[in-house]
Design a protein around this ligand. Structure first.
Ligand code: SF4
Length: 255
């Protein structure tokens, strides 16, 4: 289906840059969801599986109206509690348009979800229009986070606390990367921090083991892929990690 605007409307409206879109079941929020991957990211995680979405240029531009219309026309597909998920890249790089779009979808009764690295201090602006916030928390230690991703993560933890205080439905995701955050001592440190900010009983946590889905894309883009076998995490370690979090009263899920 093609979503057209009258010519005079184009210049007057801001655009959202998207590098990939499609339906996905339950991995990016509940039910069957229309998932838009927004262009650009403010981190450079070496395991990123979407290297084509990291730069601000590229992708295709859509108006808020076009995307809202696409969501409305897809509503029969939103079964099992589904809806729309905005992910990236990092959605907050296009915050004002994202806020406008989410507000529009929310008003239309469409279930909304955002996946974010939480680095933007302006993230709480999106809470009123969000049914679910999925936030990546990659490390409990600011300097280790900075050394590997290129940025500290103070704002991420502050935003997680703000979401909990606001009663924002929240799923915290740890990408488990061997040699970075996947030891059982790391699990205990995460559990301590989750307890400190009040996660038990108020938010869920999910662990996602490192995978190599992005490897071929790096080659195609002429980029170096720096991850190796040591990043892989055995299932037995994942299970122990989950046990340590559960022992702290944290609800751990697998979606
Ligand atoms: S925050 Fe996400 S999109 Fe950005 S580089 Fe890291 S893994 Fe990739």
């Amino acid at each position: 289906m093609v979503y057209c605007l009258k010519k005079e409307e184009w210049g007057a409206r801001e655009l959202i840059r998207v590098f990939q879109k499609g339906f996905n079941y339950s991995q990016d929020g509940p039910g069957n969801r229309l998932v838009w991957h927004l262009q650009g990211c403010n981190l450079r995680c070496p395991w990123c599986s979407n290297p084509e979405g990291l730069e601000l240029s590229g992708g295709r531009e859509y108006t808020v109206e076009e995307l809202a219309a696409e969501a409305r026309d897809s509503s029969l597909m939103f079964f099992d509690g589904g809806g729309v998920t905005l992910t990236g890249g990092e959605v907050t790089l296009q915050l004002s348009r994202v806020k406008e779009l989410l507000t529009r979808l929310h008003e239309d009764g469409i279930n909304t979800c955002v996946e974010t690295n939480g680095i933007s201090p302006a993230l709480p602006e999106l809470f009123p229009a969000l049914d679910l916030l999925i936030m990546d928390v990659k490390h409990y230690d600011r300097e280790k986070h900075r050394a590997v991703t290129g940025s500290g993560n103070e704002a991420t933890w502050k935003n997680a606390s703000a979401a909990l205080e606001a009663g924002q439905p929240l799923l915290l995701r740890i990408p488990l990367i061997g040699g970075f955050n996947a030891s059982l001592e790391d699990a205990a440190r995460f559990a301590d921090l989750f307890r400190q900010i009040g996660v038990p009983g108020r938010a869920r946590v999910e662990l996602l083991r490192y995978h190599e889905y992005g490897r071929d894309k790096y080659k195609k883009l002429g980029l170096a892929y720096t991850m190796d076998e040591t990043a892989k995490v055995p299932l037995s370690v994942l299970e122990r990690y989950e046990e340590i979090l559960r022992a702290s009263g944290i609800e751990v899920v697998r979606t």
